[in-house]
Ligand binder design. Structure first.
Ligand SMILES: [Zn+2]
Length: 616
């Protein structure tokens, strides 16, 4: 019986051009040889099975090959595999090339032995080459013993160090080497090489099976070739995708297509049955989630011809994705990917992993239903918002306290206001003296009144209004919809009621006041009457009139949200008290003027702009 040679050895590349998937490195090395610019030491890093040692051997063989003629044939930089040097190398009988596996020979003595050999010049060929594999395994002392030689080796010595773990190499070694980073071999490159091997071995194999092997090998060609050998013997040289899936214990792509198809239909029961089938076949849940994520991603990138090549798979499978992708909307795919990702992240910590998987799949089905039937979904969303705004308004109770001691400013002052207003720009017409109007019903003030009177309307939706805040519920709903959903921050926190720190409260309020650029009247009243806690959960805002209350109401939701979260007390409420006026006894026109300014800051601007003076 013929001796079986494993494919990884039999098809180990013997020339630079046959190295799989590392063309940039091999061409750089060939150029270095052609230009005679050889470094003293090289470090090849990269994952296992990507061709580091193979490339090192080819490099070693090439620089010693007797048939390389740089002067007459500088184009041909490949070992001839025929000369004495190449032959002895191929037979493992070369005295010029030493291979040391640092994983098993990592002591100081091993390195000393090597260093001793370095002193003897080569007998045949130009160079002595030392290939040290897994160099990161050398002990610290061995590294140090090696360093001196690495620093100043004889001209005929070349070192090629190889490692899978570059970060373990000490900087003093790194700095003395020319470093080459070997990348993972792509599935496409690997499948091509497998095809080459299959043809040479007279193995019948379909493209999908070779791609599957390449995917399973995860970038390592050596692994791909061993899997290939294994499958060839299992399947007696007739490799199909189906047989490969069965033997490699890989989840068949068809499952994912079925699952996504049922997600699209919103068919929860089918999806759960498919998942059950997969679990019963012994597949790990996390494995499934990762696979589903890749599948959804593939669908996503197949939607656009520009991104379809991001998929590292056979043309057959690409075509299948291309055909399926248009059925799925981008938003469904993005949201499903997000759910899938969340499931993946919480999988390890979950106590009921299967339920987590099922829940995620059900949510994906739900997504599809929502997208297919957007009207129904919109309705439920709107309903939620309404509930929120009602609960908010229920909390915003406005209590008016009228104080009996109302000062009686002279008509004279009011007249001066009137005159000024009628002669001025429209922006200053917004003086609201509705309070005076209510008190005196004087025709003078009637003419000044240019803003619409506050709407006194009972909303009948749990909103109690003492004086009428001058805004309707519709307005409230509109602003609420534009803002963040307050339910999100309140959810589950209703019971958090930390005691309120007055200093912190003041800080939040002050911060709020500073930003009130467009409501100077509200700003001044809040500066004057600092809002305070009047019991465990009510913060009292004392205001002078409806207009200020209206202004405040524009901010109340955000402010309340901020107060609750920053003070960590979710029972807090804002209580607005309208003080018709401050308790004071009018002494003269100056006092009266000051009092009016308190109520309406515009008056001060008016007085300054028109250079008015107060009677004394
Ligand atoms: Zn040769």
């Amino acid at each position: 019986m013929e001796n079986f040679i494993v494919s990884a050895r039999k098809y180990r590349p013997a020339t630079f051009d046959t190295v799989v998937g590392q063309s940039s490195i091999t061409s750089t090395l060939k150029n270095a040889i052609a230009n005679n610019h050889l470094a003293q030491a090289y470090l090849f890093t990269g994952p296992r099975g990507v061709g580091k040692t193979t490339t090192a051997r080819i490099f070693a063989k090439t620089i010693n090959c007797l048939n390389i003629d740089l002067e007459n044939n500088p184009e041909n930089i490949e070992p001839c595999n025929q000369c004495e040097s190449c032959q002895s190398f191929s037979n493992n009988s070369s005295f010029n090339i030493y291979e040391l596996d640092a994983a098993s020979n990592n002591s100081v003595d091993d390195i000393r032995q090597l260093v001793d050999q370095v002193r003897i010049p080569p007998q045949v060929g130009k160079y002595k080459i030392y290939i040290i594999d897994e160099v990161h395994m050398l002990s610290a002392q061995a590294f140090n013993a090696f360093l001196k030689t690495l620093e100043e080796p004889p001209a005929y010595v070349k070192f090629i160090l190889a490692t899978t773990e570059r970060h373990k190499i000490i900087p003093t070694i790194l700095s003395r080497c020319q470093v080459f980073n070997f990348s993972r071999i792509t599935v496409g490159d690997m499948a091509k090489h497998l095809r080459y091997v299959a043809e040479n071995e007279n193995v019948i194999a379909d493209d999908d099976s070779l791609h599957l092997i390449a995917e399973k090998a995860d970038g390592a060609l050596r692994d791909a070739l061993s899997i290939f050998d294994q499958l060839v013997s299992f399947t007696s040289g007739n490799l199909t995708y189906k047989l490969a899936v069965d033997n490699l214990h890989v989840l068949d792509q068809a499952y994912f297509f079925k699952i996504s198809d049922n997600i699209l239909k919103g068919n929860i029961s089918h999806v759960l049955l498919l998942l059950n089938d997969i679990i019963e076949k012994g597949f790990d849940g996390q494995h499934f989630i990762v696979g589903l994520g890749e599948h959804l991603r593939s669908l996503m990138i197949s939607k656009d011809a520009a991104t379809i090549d991001l998929m590292d798979t056979s043309q057959n499978i690409k075509d299948k994705y291309k055909e399926e992708a248009p059925k799925y909307s981008v938003s469904l795919l993005v949201k499903s990917l997000d759910l899938n990702n969340q499931c993946d992240l919480s999988y390890r910590a979950s106590n009921n992993k299967r339920l987590l998987l099922e829940l995620s799949l059900m949510q994906m089905c739900g997504l599809a239903n929502a997208i297919n039937n957007p009207e129904a979904e919109k309705k439920t969303l709107d309903l939620k918002k309404n509930e929120v705004s009602q609960s908010f308004l229920a909390e915003l109770q406005v209590v008016t306290e009228s104080l009996s001691n109302i000062p009686k400013p002279t008509i004279h002052t009011k007249q001066s206001v009137n005159t000024a207003t009628t002669n001025n720009s429209p922006s200053e017409n917004k003086i609201n003296i509705s309070e005076e109007k209510a008190t005196y019903k004087a025709p003078v003030s009637q003419s000044i009144e240019t803003t619409s009177p506050p709407t006194k309307r009972s909303t009948g939706r749990g909103f109690t209004s003492g004086m009428g805040l001058g805004f309707s519920l519709n307005q409230k709903e509109k602003t609420l919809k534009q803002e963040e959903d307050p339910q999100a921050y309140m959810f589950g926190k209703e019971n958090v009621t930390d005691p309120v720190d007055p200093a912190k409260l003041k800080e939040i309020i002050d911060n709020f006041i500073i930003n009130l650029h467009n409501q100077p009247s509200l700003k001044s009243v809040l500066l004057e009457e600092q809002p305070q806690m009047i019991n465990e959960s009510d913060i009292e805002f004392k205001l002078y009139n409806d207009s200020q209350a209206k202004d405040l109401s524009e901010h109340s939701e955000k402010l309340l949200m901020r107060l609750r979260t920053k003070l960590n007390n979710y029972s807090l409420r804002m209580k607005i008290t309208i003080i018709k006026t401050a308790v004071y006894t009018a002494k003269g026109p100056k006092d009266k003027y000051d009092n009016m300014v308190k109520k309406n800051i515009h008056l001060q601007t008016l007085k300054e702009k028109l250079s008015l003076e107060i009677e004394s």
